[in-house]
Design a protein. Structure first.
Length: 475
């Protein structure tokens, strides 16, 4: 890393222009790059939630498998994706973002076809792991390609929309999944990825320009990569399996302990060598530190809201899964327009006002759900206003966290810096799911059982607002 890069990392007031070439990219050529990158991210985000609608179909397709076996169709993907994100970001920065992006999309598509062709649960789980590796490769590379494609004054809008695309896809995944699976079978939850993915590869080959490779001849930090993959993977595994009867408490504590030891070992290793996979100097920037802490708290709150919604619709109001999925749509539909407006505000005033106000709005949505809905179904009057509040809050906060995390990174650290933020969000999502299952996983749920979830949701949103107060991304 050069001295100029060190100064940019160390100074919270340093602007992105300092880290970029003097000739900015043109906006006219930037949006095609954005759409190619966003198509791939849409697929990854949608795939992560679409299978929630597929469980009954998978059980029918694999009648000999237990529910615990089938849970690995989701859990293996979650653990592998979280574990590989940061190493994938390091690979993109040092070996070329276009190259890593296209390899990731291609692997994701091949694995999707393999998932659809699966004749056993073991085959399906293995293919899901390959899918997760492809997703982890393409996600940070896609964000860094978007950052490099836009001039500095347009970057906040572009990153906000990039984050909103992922949030929208994750939210519509269950609804689309329920429709596709009911119409065509569970295999098409995977085959659906193929046409859009092929389009992303075809256009990506011709439109994308190679960036990264800022350290020619730099050796790959295999030790650091291994420590991170084992550390984050073991930590995610211990959280995902927290309520599984197949794992004893001692085994889960052991897995979590191994994860923490490996992560601490990675930090020690990165301080010892001259070319670590992740430059720890990134965390010397206070904004970067606080944004990542806020990403963790908001990631937990977002997952708790998302999963509590389905528990409430099915257990308290007794909605069918397709109807519950449809009821989720109005909030996410607000994310894209709110994110577009938020990006314009962030480009002028920085991300802090959006993050703080958006977190408070999101806390208000939790207060609504805590106080208003009763046991009597009344979607339009009792639920829809809370969904709209949450959609506005998510549209202000989630894309702004991604934008603030990368706003002052030097160009040589775009992918790994963004990958750290995405990995932390993924860990937050895993924790949120585990907490929701812990609080709502019992049979015979009552309305009062949801109070603890909404209180946690509200407290985490308020914590996010507090953590965002020191954030400074204004020019």
């Amino acid at each position: 890393m050069t001295d100029s890069d060190s100064k940019i990392i160390m100074s919270p007031s340093a602007s992105l222009e300092q880290a970029l070439p003097s000739i900015p990219p043109s906006t006219a050529s930037s949006w095609p790059v954005f759409w190619v990158a966003s198509v791939a991210v849409f697929l990854v985000s949608m795939d992560g939630t679409m299978l929630f609608a597929a469980f009954s179909a998978l059980r029918a397709g694999f009648p000999q498998a237990t529910a615990a076996d089938l849970s690995w169709v989701l859990n293996a993907y979650t653990v592998a994706y979280a574990a590989i994100l940061i190493p994938a970001g390091g690979l993109a920065d040092t070996h070329g973002r276009k190259k890593v992006f296209l390899v990731g999309v291609a692997l994701f598509l091949v694995a999707s076809v393999a998932c659809g062709l699966a004749v056993s649960v073991g085959w399906l789980v293995a293919a899901r792991v390959l899918q997760a590796i492809g997703a982890a490769l393409l996600t940070p590379a896609s964000l860094s390609l978007v950052l490099a494609a836009f001039p500095a004054n347009k970057r906040a809008v572009a990153v906000s929309l990039w984050g909103a695309v992922g949030g929208l896809a994750a939210a519509v995944g269950p609804s689309l999944g329920a429709f596709v699976i009911a119409s065509l079978g569970w295999q098409w939850a995977f085959y659906l990825n193929v046409p859009m993915g092929l389009l992303a590869i075809w256009r990506g080959i011709t439109l994308l320009k190679e960036t990264g490779q800022s350290t020619e001849g730099r050796p790959l930090d295999w030790v650091g990569m291994g420590l991170l993959i084992i550390g984050i993977g073991a930590l995610a595994l211990s959280i995902v399996q927290a309520e599984s009867p197949a794992w004893s408490r001692h085994e889960l504590l052991g897995a979590g302990g191994i994860g923490l030891v490996c992560i601490l070992g990675f930090v020690a290793w990165a301080r010892m060598i001259t070319a670590p996979l992740v430059d720890l100097g990134l965390f010397s920037n206070a904004t970067y530190r606080y944004v990542n802490l806020a990403t963790l708290s908001f990631g937990i709150a977002f997952s708790m809201m998302f999963f509590a919604f389905f528990f409430y619709m099915k257990s308290i109001w007794h909605y069918s899964l397709p109807l519950a999925d449809l009821g989720m749509v109005p909030g996410p539909l607000l994310v894209i327009p709110v994110a577009a407006i938020s990006g314009r505000i962030a480009s002028r005033y920085g991300h802090r006002p959006l993050l703080v106000v958006g977190s408070l709005v999101y806390a208000g949505s939790a207060m609504w759900f805590l106080q208003v809905p009763s046991t009597t179904p009344a979607y339009l009057t009792d639920w829809l206003p809370g969904m709209l509040f949450s959609g506005i809050g998510v549209g202000m906060v989630l894309p702004s966290l991604s934008g603030a995390a990368v706003s002052h990174l030097p160009s040589s650290h775009y992918a790994v810096g963004g990958a750290i933020n995405q990995a932390i969000r993924q860990i937050g999502s895993v924790i949120g799911v585990a907490l929701t299952v812990l609080l709502l996983g019992s049979a015979g749920l009552q309305r009062a059982d949801f109070d603890a979830v909404y209180l946690c949701h509200m407290c985490l949103a308020l914590l996010t607002a507090a953590l965002c107060l020191p954030v400074n991304t204004s020019a």
